[in-house]
Design a protein around this ligand. Structure first.
Ligand code: SF4
Length: 336
């Protein structure tokens, strides 16, 4: 078996949502999928999508499968509308104010965008892109009573046979990352398919190929010449999110560096980073301290004009370096 993996550099993600929209227009534009965002980018610290997903349970505890909370529609949130009629045709001119119409939801994806944490002058935030982790030990797969979910041998993608899905949503309860949506029109659950029709044609997933920040790589974890292998296994600066959930996720993150915080007297406290280490450890586990130290050391080497393979990978001078073996141009393909 081979395992495909994604690495996101949280120092480079600019929260532009290009990956979210690239995924949305490609895969979830049919009836019953309008509320689905297989790819999301949330501000951290924040409550995320769905709201407070990190506290919803699922995954494995002491090696045993846990069925967590099934996120509600309200927790996922939805779009809202404005008083367009009043604004455009109400004859009030500049007196009219944009107002959300009554009945609008009180939560939605990115509701708390750019709020972040900390107190001025030490406020901080960063962006966290999330898709299905195509886990090595997928809780969704084990929870499905109908055998609808399977893991492909050739690339380790976690996919579902929609003909076998009964819509019981056990998968959505078991997934600790809450990356499964329910299609009410078709009565089935659905989640990120890792752009497998593109992969089969040698084309990178849309979230990777469209990223304008050069903040994400895709590739096989055993490809020792690839950026994914080097970031995860060689330099060990790319870490899984919430490893304690026990599903062995295959989406990895280069943790965010941050400037030194100000002390009360206005001086800077060089002994710490503005993003609290404890917070990053709560997301990426105890390895994050070592990963941040490696990043700082290599950054310093580069600043001194020395060679750094790690910094060269992270800089990504050519955007094609993000694509791993999936370098084919989708425009050359006649898609059926
Ligand atoms: Fe399954 Fe959730 Fe892991 Fe995706 S992230 S493979 S849906 S457990």
């Amino acid at each position: 078996m081979r395992q495909i993996a994604w690495v996101f550099d949280l120092n480079k993600c600019i929260g532009c949502q290009t990956c979210s929209v690239a995924c949305k227009v490609l895969w979830t534009d049919e009836e019953g999928t309008d509320h689905m965002w297989w790819m999301t980018v949330n501000t951290m610290p924040g409550r995320g999508t769905p709201r407070d997903w990190e506290q919803m349970g699922g995954g494995y505890r002491d090696g045993r499968l846990q069925l967590g909370h099934l996120p509600t529609e309200e927790e996922f949130g939805g779009g809202w509308d404005y008083n367009w009629d009043e604004m455009l045709r109400g004859g009030k001119g500049r007196q009219a104010q944009f107002t959300k119409v009554k009945g609008s939801p009180s939560w939605g994806p990115n509701w708390d965008e750019d709020e972040g944490g900390g107190q001025w002058p030490n406020a901080y935030f960063f962006y966290l892109p999330r898709l299905c982790n195509h886990c090595t030990r997928p809780a969704c797969l084990e929870a499905c009573p109908h055998g609808a979910i399977f893991k492909r041998e050739e690339d380790g993608l976690v996919l579902r046979d929609e003909d076998l899905c009964h819509g019981e949503q056990m998968c959505a309860r078991a997934c600790p990352y809450k990356k499964i949506y329910f299609n009410k029109v078709r009565g089935i659950s659905q989640h990120c398919i890792g752009c497998f029709p593109r992969l089969e044609q040698g084309v990178a997933p849309a979230c990777v190929r469209q990223c304008p920040g050069r903040a994400v790589w895709v590739g096989f974890l055993d490809d020792q010449e690839g950026a994914v292998y080097k970031l995860v296994h060689k330099w060990r600066v790319a870490l899984p999110l919430h490893p304690e959930f026990g599903t062995q996720p295959n989406v990895y993150y280069v943790p965010p560096l941050s400037p030194a915080p100000f002390k009360e007297d206005g001086d800077v406290d060089e002994s710490r980073s503005r993003i609290p280490l404890e917070y990053l450890q709560s997301l990426f586990g105890p390895e994050v301290e070592r990963a941040l130290a490696t990043l700082r050391e290599e950054l310093e080497k580069k600043r001194r004009g020395q060679e750094s393979e790690l910094m060269d990978i992270l800089i990504m001078r050519r955007w094609q370096e993000a694509l791993g073996p999936f370098t084919r141009n989708p425009a050359e393909i006649v898609w059926t």
